[in-house]
Write a protein that binds this ligand. Structure first.
Ligand SMILES: Cc1ncc(COP(=O)(O)O)c(C=O)c1O
Length: 346
């Protein structure tokens, strides 16, 4: 396909998609790091009832946004002024790319949206490959960047970074965006550092332990001056819808669910790691709801044709020969292991 005149040439490179998802029928969908457990239908009904009481003609109003922030901030044990509600964790990333000057640092391999937002925002990007154990070499921060993106724990490698290294980034760089999308599975967070470092922005999501990937909800934690600016830039509260605000307002209804997902994933993650060990399949120890493991295109195809969707991450820098499986329910994980062992014993 040739692009019409007026198109940015680098956009045509996107024809080779940033990532693609299989459309074959499946019995185990383990390809997008979603939550294994659906929400209880009573909680969903409660939220829908609250939504029915609202006036859908109206844009989200500032006082409702404030109420939603109060409840979510209370749950997070921060001030509502340190919180912005967004359309997915992705919108926090987008916001940081919008407000920052051009020189951007991205560590690879990581979540591909970083490169996409860099492209959207015409950034001058330095892609730095993590070392052999996927850690950051702090020497990189001797060079000054306007925006440093650190994903910890990281997708798709599953490891966390040292807090000392993130501190170095905070001391030596412009904005530091710390992506904590998977923090609940790892108990790794630097939330308290927003008091010490004025340049720290934290991105979080409702797509993992909260099982709401389909609703596209997330939030940013930072100091109150940053939040004020980011909310202005993203035109809050019009960047989110009234369903999102309703869920945030009643966040306490979901705490049982969050713990259930966390516990199940941690338990299933260790069972899956044991099975992979037994089968002598190499994998990366993970603190998240997924595991990267050694596997080639043939295995990927075999799994897909046998109803198991995993992600082929072989094209990401530093991940050649790796696939990534999301931790599912016990039953789905069993299907995955059975099909995988069928392939290995062929
Ligand atoms: C590291 C990382 N950050 C952010 C996100 C996106 O979160 P959301 O679904 O809230 O946009 C993901 C999604 O998988 C992710 O892996």
């Amino acid at each position: 396909m040739t692009n019409a005149p007026g198109w940015r040439p680098e956009i045509s490179k996107l024809q080779k998609e940033v990532f693609s998802v299989s459309n074959l029928p499946y019995s185990a969908k383990l390809d997008q790091n979603e939550s294994a457990i659906e929400l209880d239908s009573h909680v969903k009904e409660f939220i829908l009832e609250k939504l029915l009481e609202l006036d859908w003609r109206r844009y989200p109003q500032a006082d409702f946004y404030r109420e939603a922030k109060l409840a979510l901030a209370d749950y997070l044990k921060i001030s509502p002024d340190e919180l912005m509600i967004t359309t997915g964790g992705d919108q926090v990333i987008q916001g940081c790319f919008i407000i920052s000057k051009p020189r951007v640092l991205i560590f690879e391999p990581t979540y591909p949206m970083y490169r996409l937002f860099a492209l959207h925002n015409r950034k001058k990007v330095r892609l730095e490959i993590l070392n052999e154990v996927f850690k950051i070499n702090p020497g990189i921060f001797n060079k000054r960047f306007d925006l440093v993106n650190i994903v910890s724990p990281n997708n798709p490698t599953g490891n966390t970074q040292s807090k000392k290294v993130v501190e170095t980034a905070l001391e030596k760089s412009g904005i530091v965006l710390l992506d904590e999308a998977y923090y609940e599975f790892s108990n790794w967070t630097m939330k308290s550092y927003i008091k010490r470092f004025k340049n720290l922005f934290i991105a979080r999501t409702f797509s993992k332990t909260l099982s709401m990937a389909g609703l596209r909800m997330g939030y940013c934690i930072s100091n109150k001056e940053n939040i004020k600016i980011l909310e202005k830039v993203m035109f809050s509260p019009y960047n989110v819808n009234i369903l999102t605000l309703t869920i945030c307002k009643y966040i306490n209804k979901f705490t049982g669910h969050i713990n259930k997902v966390k516990n199940l994933i941690i338990q299933e993650r260790s069972a899956l790691e044991n099975s992979l060990k037994k089968m002598q399949v190499k994998f990366l120890r993970s603190t998240c709801n997924f595991i990267a493991f050694k596997g080639d295109d043939k295995l990927y195809k075999y799994l897909a044709e046998n109803g198991v969707r995993v992600r082929n991450i072989s094209g990401l820098p530093g991940m050649k020969g790796y696939l990534r499986v999301t931790i599912g329910k016990k039953k789905e994980n069993k299907v995955f292991i059975t099909i995988l062992s069928g392939f290995l014993n062929k």
